[in-house]
Design a protein around this ligand. Structure first.
Ligand code: PAP
Length: 333
């Protein structure tokens, strides 16, 4: 189903209309969770997020000062949330009493459709939050509320090579399936087939990345496109500096000399966040453990799971999907 097939006019429907619409949408089993996926506005939306998505689209009023972190699942969301929070708040908190030491990044930069607007009967009051409001979303660019586009607020998009996203997602759902006896995990081969058909939460992957990629080309001062792999290799902090500038909180020369960029980087590093007590205890609203968001944190872990023929097939598919866009990933070594 194309984006155009379900016009945004559906957003004027009240609750019951939403339920009826939901019944008509194509469905697929999610890889591991208890909730299916439904195809809506051209992407695969987890069923449990559907009403939250509509509520977000209907009610969210963006401010020009908002900073929105967008991503497909498992592409570096948790990490980027930590980085954005640490950069924006670095003069407010020290590195020894930073909220990131005692709160999971998802609590500090909440998801719009999956946290704040999840319950359509209990809308959040976001007007009391101080500017800039740090918010996040997995929703594809084409399905963002019009107010985000109209407000001209800034969007940081983080993406990751599809091989590692696939494997990270598979592990994530595997963990969930193991906790739910009713939902035995799908084997990797089956998840791979689904991935190639675009059937993954908020996917297809290539549509998700291309939506934000094109927006970043059209409005580079409004949409910053980052890659997980570049952040990992950011020895000289070029990407962190670019991120800070884009957010409107550039590092000064003094800060650079004093090692502040390095401190931000260390605070948000995989090793540091994974080791914190807060990220080893506690559950999220979606039922996931905080610890589920920290696994390997590496580039290239996919090579331990995908066969050469799977890798070649996915490589060809992604190259074909991204052809002509100018967007590339270093796929096969
Ligand atoms: P989400 O979209 O569900 O929030 P997200 O944070 O995007 O998930 O992805 C989780 C991945 O990021 C995990 O990758 P892996 O399965 O390949 O290991 C997780 O380990 C990784 N990750 C989490 N925090 C960091 C970090 N600080 N630095 C690098 N990678 C990280």
């Amino acid at each position: 189903m194309e984006q155009k097939d379900v016009p945004r006019s559906c957003l004027s429907m009240e609750g019951d209309g939403e339920d009826e619409l939901l019944q008509t949408l194509p469905r697929e089993r999610n890889w591991g969770g208890t909730s299916d996926l439904c195809q809506f506005q051209g992407f695969w939306c987890p069923l449990w997020v559907f009403h939250g998505l509509i509520s977000f689209q209907k009610h969210f009023q963006a401010h020009a000062t908002d900073l929105i972190l967008a991503s497909a699942p498992k592409t570096g969301t948790t990490w980027s949330k930590a980085l954005v929070f640490a950069i924006v708040n670095r003069t407010r908190y020290g590195f020894n009493d930073n909220p990131l030491l005692t709160a999971n990044p998802h609590d500090l930069v909440p998801f719009l459709e999956m946290d704040l607007y999840l319950n359509r009967n209990n809308l959040p009051n976001l007007e009391d939050r101080s500017d800039p409001r740090l918010l996040s979303t997995h929703v594809p660019f084409a399905s963002l509320p019009v107010s985000i586009i109209d407000s001209g607020c800034r969007i940081v998009y983080v993406c990751r090579n599809p091989f590692d996203q696939l494997i990270s997602h598979w592990h994530f759902t595997l963990k969930r399936s193991k906790e739910n006896a009713d939902h035995p995990p799908l084997p990797l081969e089956e998840c791979f087939e689904r991935y190639c058909k675009g059937v993954i939460s908020f996917g297809p992957f290539w549509d998700h990345v291309l939506g934000y990629w094109k927006a970043s080309l059209e409005k580079p001062n409004k949409v910053l496109f980052l890659k997980y792999e570049d952040l990992k290799e950011d020895a000289k902090f070029g990407h962190l500096k670019k991120l800070a500038e884009f957010l409107g909180f550039p590092f000064s020369g003094d800060e650079e000399r004093d090692g502040v960029i390095e401190q931000v980087s260390n605070l948000c590093s995989f090793e540091n966040l994974k080791s914190l007590e807060v990220n080893n205890i506690g559950k999220r609203k979606c039922g996931r453990q905080n610890t589920d968001f920290f696994r390997e944190g590496k580039v290239g872990d996919w090579a331990n799971y995908l066969t050469p023929s799977m890798a070649q097939r996915l490589n060809n598919l992604v190259e074909e999907k991204l052809a002509g866009s100018g967007l590339t990933f270093r796929l096969l070594h």
